[in-house]
Write a protein that binds this ligand. Structure first.
Ligand SMILES: [Zn+2]
Ligand SMILES: [Zn+2]
Length: 342
């Protein structure tokens, strides 16, 4: 992997000209950090990859712990990171690779949460029959037997902690507490609409998570001045990251055209479906333009689709010259006066 000359990868990365000593466990030490700590729990789009869970980004800021999206494997990555008790989840949108870990998180942390599970995300739309509140209601119905047995009859687990406090959100500030502000902004993933990205601000520092989107001027506006911009990417025919190409990944290529060098064909063909999928994501070349316009202190690719490709060379070839990192599961970025990647 190539890195710009102003920062280096050793056991960690320094930028802003200062080498930071590596904490033994940055994620577990979030509360002593003056800025934000970002832990990548899942860095893939839809896949059954062992190396990359589906979308999930944990942001710790002071006493606040916020999870953005909860795809397949994200609850297990939380265990690997040694983080318990997550009770605030922000959904960018309702595709399964951003939501299907939610029932596992909700149920498995019933006793490690100090309170109910709070959930924010998009409401209903023209092609979106179920919003975030509806999703929570459906989960509660689906698991009603389990909830009844464990809450009322055998385990007697606390009733208030199994409640999902769900909110259908609009663009703007959606959460503010203990010096942390979470701002939702509209992005372009239609027909999945509404869809949001999130900006988290704390102690003069900020992290932006794009969610799934094609290039979005609104994202660029809401990312102004951000320390770290985490953006999705969709790569056709990219160089391999050396990761595992799973049966699911191969299957996705067959179904959607993901991973094929060229995508063309009628909408009802596999290649045509791939074209449709590509059309609501962002290419490395488009990301290069976005990163150049925003000029974050560090640009990061996550939600990498397909999960085994490396978007770096195409992003560099398209002209982005700033700091760039391709996320991997359990990578941690601390965002303070310096930015450290481990
Ligand atoms: Zn996705
Ligand atoms: Zn999506």
């Amino acid at each position: 992997m190539k890195y710009p000359s102003i920062y280096l990868l050793t056991c960690g990365i320094f930028i802003s000209g200062t080498l930071m000593a590596q904490a033994p466990n940055p994620a577990a030490q979030a509360n002593s950090n003056q800025g934000l700590v970002v832990t990548f729990l899942g860095t893939s789009g839809p896949s059954m990859s062992i190396e990359r869970a589906e979308s999930g980004t944990l942001i710790q800021a002071g006493s606040e712990t916020l999870l953005i999206d909860c795809g397949r494997g994200v609850p297990e990555r939380l265990v690997q990171a040694g983080i318990r008790g997550v009770d605030k989840v922000f959904l960018t949108h309702l595709h399964s690779d951003h939501t299907q870990g939610l029932p596992i998180l909700w149920m498995s942390s019933w006793n490690s949460r100090s309170t109910k599970l709070s959930l924010w995300g998009p409401g209903t739309g023209a092609d979106q029959p179920t919003g975030t509140v509806g999703l929570a209601q459906a989960l509660s119905t689906a698991f009603a037997t389990n909830t009844h047995i464990r809450r009322d009859l055998v385990e007697k687990w606390p009733a208030e902690k199994i409640i999902i406090d769900a909110h259908d959100i609009e663009e703007g500030v959606v959460y503010q507490n203990n010096g942390v502000t979470v701002t939702a902004f509209r992005v372009k993933h239609d027909p999945v609409t509404p869809t949001f990205g999130y900006r988290v601000d704390y102690a003069g520092h900020s992290v932006v998570v794009s969610g799934d989107t094609r290039p979005s001027d609104n994202l660029i506006q809401f990312s102004r001045g951000a320390d770290v911009l985490i953006h999705e990417v969709f790569v056709q025919g990219g160089a391999s990251l050396g990761g595992q190409v799973t049966g699911m990944a191969t299957g996705m290529a067959a179904v959607t055209g993901m991973g094929t060098p060229a995508i063309a064909g009628p909408p009802d063909s596999a290649a045509g479906a791939g074209h449709a999928v590509a059309a609501y994501h962002t290419t490395p070349e488009e990301a290069a333009d976005i990163f150049t316009k925003v000029a974050p202190k560090l640009a990061v690719f996550s939600h990498i689709a397909p999960n085994y490709v490396d978007p770096t060379d195409r992003t560099r070839a398209a002209g982005y010259k700033g700091p760039l990192q391709v996320a991997k599961d359990l990578m941690v970025i601390t965002v303070g006066d310096t930015i450290v990647v481990k």
